[in-house]
Design a protein around this ligand. Structure first.
Ligand SMILES: [Zn+2]
Length: 228
């Protein structure tokens, strides 16, 4: 009864449209859920390379690449990502992770991975923000797919906040040197699912995948919430 009263006084709202959530709705209302631009890359029973996998082709051997949503610079998707990253909506990241994890498991992809590894934040940024949005996504995925995840497997070694003032080449050099495997024994011979909130150029995920493979990971696959 107390919870009902709380819900009446402070109704939880949808992270996509700010309308009050109805009974049984969590984080994202039904209306927004219907309208989100799902990629459905995992519903690919012919196993042809999807557009995301094609982007990594020839750069780094990625086994599978998935994204829950297509990135949209205006509207719901950007709003969701912004709230996850900057407004403390950790429950949203976990919720999306679970939804996607169940879908991936439905297509038996849970059997394709041994370990989930989120893209790390630099420790200074982590301290400032208080959480890593990719960890939230990873927790949800791990729970739904019944897989272990490890936030400490990878580390970011250089602070990259000054990136914007650098040339494109320097930026790439910088990103390339940024990631290292902290726990090589954890990733050795494992089929790793590397996860991040958003893929734009793909350079970050590419650098992480290279680091994991160099450390002896058997395979690297990628899953993001949204991909541009
Ligand atoms: Zn909504």
């Amino acid at each position: 009864m107390f919870e009902d009263l709380l819900a009446l006084l402070f109704p939880e709202t949808c992270y996509g449209c700010d309308k009050a959530l109805g009974k049984g709705e969590k984080c994202i209302c039904t209306d927004c859920s219907i309208k989100l631009p799902y990629t459905n890359f995992h519903q690919n029973d012919l196993h042809e390379l999807n557009p995301l996998e094609r982007r990594f082709w020839g750069k780094v051997p990625v086994k599978y690449a998935f994204s829950y949503l297509h990135f949209e610079s205006k509207g719901r998707v950007q709003r969701l990502l912004h709230r996850l990253k900057y407004k403390g909506a950790q429950d949203l990241g976990e919720h999306i992770g679970k939804q996607y994890g169940y879908q991936l498991a439905e297509h038996k992809y849970n059997l394709q991975f041994d370990l989930i590894v989120p893209v790390p934040l630099h420790k200074i940024k982590l301290r400032k923000r208080g959480y890593n949005q990719s960890d939230c996504f990873a927790t949800g995925l791990a729970e739904a797919m019944q897989l272990p995840w490890n936030a400490k497997a990878l580390a970011r070694t250089t602070y990259t906040s000054t990136q914007t003032s650098k040339t494109r080449f320097d930026r790439w050099q910088n990103v390339e040197q940024v990631f290292m495997v902290n726990l090589p024994d954890e990733v050795k011979d494992k089929r790793v699912l590397l996860v991040d909130d958003v893929l734009t150029t793909g350079a970050t995920l590419e650098a992480c995948a290279v680091a994991l493979l160099d450390a002896g990971a058997a395979e690297v696959s990628i899953a993001t919430i949204a991909a541009a």
